[in-house]
Design a protein. Structure first.
Length: 325
């Protein structure tokens, strides 16, 4: 007769294959195509929301994500500002795993699928790290302005918003050198490149709350256009191939849509208390309301509210396979 302890050990080994003690199991909902994942700012947790049924599943985390970016279908890289680690979030294998060690202070991640490089913006060291994601190797550290909080990648340019020094640094991704820097509006926040101009928003000068977004020529740094949108605009986005620009403003709890060619505001709506993050897919916009404890689903053309979900304790970052910004 075989040793029963050996049999039990083999069964346990099979059950644990692919997982380690450091893995965190994601909340699981069977209908993967309709699931939105939501990280929270007011508790260390992540929620899986089925957008078809409204069903929610939540698990606790030992940290809060500061940024998350899709590496390939169903696989994401995430940062934690206070931790010396990047994490892989795999929704196909239903787990979160430590990926590689890195300096604390990461605020933003951008990934270039063409060259397989990950760019990290560190608000503590004021540099951009260029990482070969497959080799888990830091190729270069690039010094930028104070408190780099946002990045936009386009072609061979990486635009970096240094919010405390109020400047945009332009990095050539073929050489990983800074090729240009210019000053922008005071206390800037939000960053977007529309194919021609680079846009910022933000809180404005001390004592003068801002309600505009600003367009700059990325070559000369000249301010070329302003559009009045909402109070304290913090995120600026476009849906791929769309001629409209969407601006999320947390000062007056609004979402504004304006024409990228004429700069005319088409529509402005309320999106809950302190809207803080927005993503899009081909049809819809998804907005998290941090203090309203809600997630909105909106038609990208009409801005009509299609659905609204109650998500407790500060819903913040949203991610969903195959979406844009």
């Amino acid at each position: 007769m075989k040793n029963p302890f050996i049999i039990i050990a083999l069964i346990m080994a099979v059950m644990l294959t692919g997982c380690t003690s450091s893995d965190i199991v994601l909340p699981k909902i069977e209908n993967d195509d309709s699931v939105m994942y939501i990280s929270h700012l007011k508790e260390n947790a992540i929620t899986a929301l089925d957008l078809t049924t409204g069903r929610e599943e939540k698990v606790s985390l030992p940290f809060r994500f500061s940024s998350i970016v899709e590496i390939k279908s169903g696989v994401y890289m995430a940062s934690v500002k206070e931790e010396e680690s990047l994490y892989e979030v795999n929704i196909k294998e239903n787990k979160i795993s430590p990926y590689m060690e890195i300096e604390t202070g990461i605020l933003e991640l951008k990934y270039n699928r063409e060259n397989g490089l990950l760019y990290t913006a560190n608000g503590k060291t004021n540099n951009i790290q260029v990482i070969d994601i497959e080799k888990k190797e830091v190729l270069k550290e690039v010094r930028v302005g104070e408190y780099p909080s946002k990045m936009v990648h386009h072609g061979e340019r990486l635009y970096v918003l240094a919010s405390k020094s109020g400047e945009i640094n332009v990095m050539d991704t073929s050489t990983n050198n800074i090729m240009n820097s210019f000053s922008v509006n005071e206390r800037p926040e939000g960053l977007h490149f529309d194919g021609k101009n680079i846009w910022t928003g933000g809180h404005g000068a001390t004592g003068e709350l801002n309600e505009k977004v600003f367009a700059y020529d990325p070559e000369t740094g000249e301010e070329v256009k302003t559009v009045t949108t909402g109070l304290m605009p913090i995120q600026i986005s476009q849906v791929n191939g769309d001629s409209f620009i969407y601006v999320l403003s947390h000062g007056d709890h609004s979402l504004t849509k304006f024409n990228a060619d004429t700069y005319e505001v088409e529509k402005k709506i309320n999106v809950g208390d302190n809207p803080s993050f927005m993503i899009a897919d081909g049809k819809n916009l998804y907005v998290s309301s941090l203090d309203g404890d809600e997630v909105f689903v909106l038609d990208k053309d009409s801005l009509d509210v299609l659905d609204k979900y109650a998500i407790a304790n500060g819903p913040y970052l949203l991610f969903k396979g195959g979406v844009g910004e």
